[in-house]
Design a protein around this ligand. Structure first.
Ligand code: FAD
Length: 498
């Protein structure tokens, strides 16, 4: 016999995924208890450090104007070029960037629901504006925006993503989500084949529940899990975001019968300046990302190039640069520019990264500590492989060298040279819990683990080797919202435990 009743849903983690899940479960009629391991000042998890960029589908301008009405204030362009990014284009890009390994049902769900979920966030008070910085630029009075990467939340600077969290937290509190700070989920309890409780703190206290949504992020903040899954060189890697995503929610779900999914040995990792430590708190600045690699070249400690610096627009490829650097001797590299390109990164890097300036290649080699003959050979070979002419553009790649620089290839021959020291900054891990598109955690044989749901960085199966910028916040909101709704509606009609 089934009953209609008010179920209790525990959502673990107050990042974007957890807040989305908590709000949608509450709006579906459940009592919602949101557990957060950190204090109130830690709300937001990685989103609090993020650039606030959302990758979503749209067919034309009408889709965009329905999300926000205040595009214009502060605009310095007369016109906006934002080519359509259809559901099909989104799914095809995500699938291609994963090397065909992304779970097709999750890919389709993310692409399909992205636009509606951005509208849902806007309706909860999140304010969006045109992306003017992340791969976007004004040319001849026109703001050119990469496909799909059209909107960021409002706010300035590196951590504008907190502006997504602030209205969602206020909304969650307004509609009666019960939030418990400094209360980690320790274990998911089961009885009669379904979830019955959430053990919190040291695990000695169990809250009776109808369902648990795991929204505790990845495992990137655990040195032990990094060593085990990513490799020993990652054990001491710098983090770009929350120190609290140590994988405990993922592990609790696996112990409760969920299966693993995705590439556990891979992660999202950018090139960052090494002078800043991993953030200790959400109020700290994360290590500065050196997204200028596409304009210059990257060389390792031996003075050799090791990666294609221009495989595509940087906002679609930066997530693999940290991994490429991690594979180099000493796990370090240098981004090198000349006077053709250095001024283009100088403003963005000013005050955050330390430029090393030299008038000759030999002096540069001495100052950055690489063999002068190797560096001179590398730059000469690179310069000779660049197309003739003076412009830097997307259609200009090198020829005859390995690795190539596929776009924006221009010789470095205008001293003084400017170098920036770069290391890997770990953003989030790619492996996690297997789910279906509605957020149900799947166990052995692909069957749902009754009462257990998961979303966001805690899941695997969507991102593999590479990732398009903006897809992670979108994933958090799309699947967080879905998991909360499914948990609440299924628990409402689930048989009451005897
Ligand atoms: C510097 C930086 C920039 C980024 N920029 C972008 C961007 O512009 N666009 C984009 O799409 N993505 C971006 N991302 C990625 C994006 O922010 C994340 O993928 C997304 O916010 C993940 O949300 P989440 O809620 O799933 O996980 P998290 O944000 O990791 O949240 C997990 C929460 O769970 C809590 N928690 C952990 N363990 C427990 C436990 N046992 N019990 C209870 N709570 C627990 C944590 O404290 C945390 O609050 C960026 C990330 C970083 C670090």
């Amino acid at each position: 016999m089934t009953h209609t009743r008010t179920p209790t849903i525990v959502v673990a983690g107050a990042g974007l995924t957890g807040l989305s899940a908590a709000i949608s479960a509450r709006e579906a009629g459940a009592r919602v208890v949101l557990l957060e391991k950190g204090g109130r000042e830690d709300v937001g998890g990685n989103a609090a450090f993020s650039g606030g960029l959302f990758l979503f589908r749209y067919d034309g301008p009408d889709d965009l104007t329905s999300i926000t009405e205040d595009f214009e204030p502060g605009m310095e362009a007369d016109r906006i070029e934002a080519p359509p990014y259809t559901r099909h284009a989104y799914a095809a890009e995500l699938s291609a960037m994963s090397g065909g390994r992304a779970e097709p049902r999750l890919v389709d769900a993310l692409a399909e629901r992205s636009l509606d979920t951005v509208r849902w966030l806007a309706a909860k008070g999140v304010r969006f504006t045109f992306n003017r910085t992340l791969g976007a630029e004004v040319r001849d009075g026109v703001l050119h925006i990469p496909p799909g990467q059209v909107l960021t939340c409002v706010g300035e600077g590196m951590s504008r993503g907190f502006e997504v969290i602030r209205p969602l937290l206020a909304h969650a509190e307004r509609i009666g989500v019960e939030i418990h700070w400094s209360t980690p989920l320790a274990e998911v309890r089961r009885g009669n084949g379904r979830v019955t409780g959430a053990a919190v703190g040291d695990g000695s206290r169990t809250v009776p529940v109808d369902a648990v949504v795991i929204a505790t992020g990845g495992f990137q903040a655990s040195g032990e899990l990094r060593r085990e899954h990513l490799g020993p060189e990652w054990e001491t890697a710098r983090l770009r975001g929350t120190r609290l995503a140590t994988g405990d929610g993922i592990q609790a779900a696996l112990r409760a019968g969920a299966e693993k999914a995705g590439t556990w040995s891979s992660c999202h990792s950018a090139a960052v300046d090494p002078t800043m430590p991993s953030p200790g708190r959400s109020a700290d600045s994360p290590p500065f990302p050196l997204h200028g690699f596409w304009l210059g070249v990257l060389v390792n400690r031996d003075g050799e190039r090791f990666v294609d610096e221009g495989p595509g627009p940087w906002v679609r490829n930066y997530s693999k640069m940290g991994k490429a650097i991690m594979g180099q001797p000493g796990c370090e590299a240098f981004e090198i520019f000349d006077q053709r390109t250095a001024p283009r990164v100088a403003d963005e890097f000013a005050g955050a990264a330390v430029p090393i300036v030299a008038h000759t290649v030999v002096e540069l080699a001495e100052r950055i500590g690489v063999p002068a003959d190797r560096l001179a050979h590398t730059l000469k070979t690179f310069n000779n492989a660049c197309p003739p002419g003076d412009t830097i553009s997307e259609d200009r790649g090198t020829s005859g060298i390995t690795p190539p620089k596929s776009r924006w290839a221009a010789p470095l021959d205008r001293p003084p040279y400017v170098a920036y020291h770069a290391v890997a900054g770990l953003t989030f891990t790619f492996g996690g819990i297997r789910i279906d598109p509605d957020g149900r955690a799947l166990g052995a044989n692909g069957a749902p683990a009754p009462g257990l749901y998961a979303a966001g960085e805690a899941i695997g199966g969507l991102f593999h080797g590479d990732y398009p910028g903006g897809a992670a916040l979108m994933r958090a909101a799309v699947f967080g919202r879905a998991a909360g709704h499914t948990a609440a509606t299924e628990a409402t009609s689930a048989p009451r435990p005897a």
